[in-house]
Design a protein around this ligand. Structure first.
Ligand code: SF4
Length: 165
């Protein structure tokens, strides 16, 4: 079972998108490679901001960090989601653990040419810790959390698993 140090950006993303998705992912069920949505995200990512270097923090890999210690993340969607913001908080937390005082996250949305800045406040730091605790709680649950509504599941790569009777 995973511990706090193993929690990465994908876990946080799934926590906010769907706890059932997180539970399945933690058990090795990972159909993402079949997902056109993920492939599109990777394509957008690969063709955007190519001058910058990803940062590998072990369980968490962030797109890049600038000289003022802002974490930059490139997203394939058109608008921000709570999951995007939570991932950013998580990366700031990870940087804090290795001695880098992150200022916050800059979320880039190339499709709409928008950016959003989310400072890493004390409240954000508390929430980052709470998110890790939530991931670990899902990890230890003996049964899978309930499905979302069918509408909310649209585009999810786990649809076959959850909805094929
Ligand atoms: S199909 Fe729906 S319930 Fe299943 S993991 Fe995806 S979002 Fe969650």
């Amino acid at each position: 079972m995973i511990g706090p140090d193993d929690v990465g950006g994908v876990h946080i993303k799934y926590l906010y998108h769907c706890r059932r998705q997180l539970w399945l992912y933690l058990r090795g069920i990972r159909p993402e490679h079949l997902s056109a949505t993920v492939q599109l995200g990777e394509a957008v990512h690969d063709t955007s901001y190519t001058r910058n270097t990803p940062v590998d923090l072990g369980a968490a890999k962030l797109d890049f960090i600038d000289g003022q210690h802002w974490v930059h993340e490139v997203k394939s969607s058109t608008r921000t989601t709570p999951a995007d913001q939570a991932q950013g908080r998580h990366y700031c937390h990870r940087l804090y653990l290795v001695g880098i005082d992150a200022q916050g996250t800059v979320l880039h949305y190339p499709k709409t040419r928008r950016t959003q800045r989310h400072p890493y406040t004390p409240e954000a730091a508390d929430q980052a810790l709470a998110d890790i605790a939530d991931v670990l709680a899902v990890a230890t649950a003996s049964t899978s959390p309930d499905r979302l509504t069918r509408t909310a599941c649209r585009g999810c790569s786990f649809t076959d698993y959850c909805w094929t009777e």
